[in-house]
Design a protein around this ligand. Structure first.
Ligand code: FAD
Length: 494
């Protein structure tokens, strides 16, 4: 069996690394152009990334983080989404046993919703203060307290990473290129027949395989040739179609390298703030019918500070949103941006690439069919679309033309409509998908002030335990922790 991967971005190299490590029975060819750039913006990830590294034989953060300018991510701080200056926190901690109790206290004592994030979750307690501390004491011991005993979708790690995906791709390439055939050339034409792709015509000759993996990013070079239907649009759910990206220097790494992604709303969309080890990455994702590229760049520079960004180039990216209903069609599997793109909020694309590699291997081993792969991808996509679109729907902002448009036009699925109604009765997650655990939904519900009112019955023992855990989080002296910068410098990058 010969698998031909076209594209040398994160999708191409993650798929090649994984397959070449776990499946020795297949021949792998990776074709990439040195004339067409990869997308790489400075990415945030989910905790599953460490699982990816483990699956390719890397067990220690020291082996890869310094090669990718990586930092830690404890969650996402949502800034000004419900209304200007409101904040909510999406942590990776699994704390659903605490929210009913918190909700009871809120009703009895009139607690502020911030109190939920600051008293039930250890990571957010530290990171939400924006103090740039990491969860390690002065000796570098990572302090993972008792209430982390429950796992994130079966995965015990409660932090993720920020990384430079350009460097990530290079790192993976250097590790696996000797185990595969690596060809640097341009694919100029794709010949098709009834089974899908017959051959790829390149600058250096024809390439033939059994399975073709389309990792060509927004070019969607292979999947577009074999699909019956064009890309499915995300309209009317989501509207953003552009991003402007700037990287700039730190002024003070000890106070600015915060272990969290921040997503803050601006006039016509939202911008991310991602601390990499060498620089800060910022990007404004916007809807071009409400703001020009020039004005978006201006607004982003203003937000970061003109002085800080005056010598930094800005890059505008067309984000070609939409997805293929069948990502595995005939002999072509689309992986990464070529399969579909929603918007980068929640940073799940690298995770979805990881899942695609696992599924492809299962298919090659006869454990999964094409139909099952397509179903699973579509279910992940729907989960993701629901999680993102409901945030716009629930927002109370109406201070700019874009947000007024959203007030009047935001759409959500029936499943989300039901979830909102259920939460008004009693806080609860919707039916479980793969990408987001229950506590992700609860955090969002509280962030947008969806608060149930039904009283819950507790056993006294549970209440006492939860009460003491919440008090412990509140009282924790985070000033004794190391800054993320110092921790990385001393224990990971040295
Ligand atoms: P690309 O990086 O575009 O790579 C495409 C490859 O195909 C290149 O190597 C190119 O040379 C090759 N190619 C194209 N055409 C040809 C041809 N004709 N012949 C030969 N080779 C060809 N993901 C996250 O997980 N977290 C985030 O925070 C995040 N933020 C993002 C923000 C923005 C604005 C965008 C646009 C994306 C973001 N993503 C994020 C997605 C992430 O950047 C990509 O999923 C990831 O880098 C993988 O991209 P890719 O490999 O699919 O495509």
């Amino acid at each position: 069996m010969k698998v031909v991967i076209v594209g040398g971005g994160s999708a191409g190299w993650m798929t090649a690394s994984y397959l070449s490590h776990v499946n020795k029975d297949i021949e792998i060819v990776l074709v990439e152009s040195n004339e067409i750039d990869t997308v790489g913006v400075g990415e945030a990830t989910t905790p599953y990334l460490m699982r990816f590294f483990e699956s390719i034989g890397i067990k220690d953060e020291k082996e890869w983080m310094p090669h990718c300018n990586a930092t830690y991510k404890n969650g996402v701080l949502y800034d000004s989404w419900d209304f200007v200056n409101s904040r909510w926190w999406h942590s990776f901690e699994v704390d659903e046993h605490k929210y009913p109790y918190w909700d009871k206290l809120r009703q009895e004592q009139g607690l502020d919703r911030q109190d939920y994030y600051l008293s039930t979750m250890y990571n957010s307690h530290i990171a939400m203060r924006d103090s740039a501390k990491w969860m390690a004491d002065k000796d570098g011991k990572v302090n993972v307290p008792y209430y982390h005993s429950r796992a994130f979708n079966g995965w015990g790690q409660h932090w993720a990473y920020h990384l430079d995906s350009g460097l990530f791709g290079k790192f993976l390439k250097n590790r696996c290129k000797d185990n595969i055939t690596h060809i640097v050339t341009n694919v100029n034409n794709v010949s098709i027949n009834d089974d899908g792709i017959e051959k790829l015509e390149t600058d250096t000759g024809d390439i033939v395989g059994d399975i073709y993996v389309d990792c060509t990013g927004f070019s969607r070079l292979l999947i577009s040739e074999v699909s019956d239907k064009p890309l499915t649009s995300l309209s009317p759910y989501l509207t953003h179609d552009k991003a402007v990206v700037i990287r700039h220097d730190y002024l003070d790494k000890d106070t600015e390298m915060r272990p969290r992604t921040r997503a803050k709303c601006l006039s016509s969309g939202w911008y991310w703030d991602i601390p990499l080890y060498d620089k800060l990455s910022n990007g404004y994702v916007y809807t071009s019918s409400f703001i020009s590229d020039e004005d978006a760049e201006e607004e982003l520079r203003q937000e970061i500070g003109y002085e800080r960004t005056k010598n930094c180039e800005a890059r505008v990216i067309d984000i070609k949103t939409g997805y293929y209903d069948e990502t595995f069609k005939k002999n072509v599997l689309a992986v990464g941006l070529s399969a579909g793109f929603i918007e980068p909020l929640e940073s799940t694309l690298l995770f979805v690439i990881q899942l695609a590699g696992i599924r492809l291997n299962n298919y090659l081993n006869g454990e999964l069919s094409k139909e099952e792969i397509n179903e699973e991808y579509n279910s992940n996509l729907q989960d993701y679309l629901d999680y993102i679109s409901v945030g716009y729907y629930l927002s109370h902002r109406n201070d700019t033309p874009f947000w007024r448009y959203i007030q009047e036009n935001a759409k959500i699925s029936d499943k989300m409509r039901e979830w909102i109604d259920d939460c008004k009765e009693e806080l609860q997650p919707p039916e479980q998908g793969v990408l987001f655990v229950d506590s992700s939904w609860i955090s969002k519900a509280i962030g947008f002030n969806l608060q149930g009112s039904k009283d819950k019955k507790f056993r006294t023992a549970d209440m006492e335990l939860i009460k003491s855990q919440m008090q412990h989080v509140k009282d924790f002296d985070y000033s004794s922790l190391l800054s993320q910068n110092e921790y990385l410098k001393r224990f990971i990058y040295e």
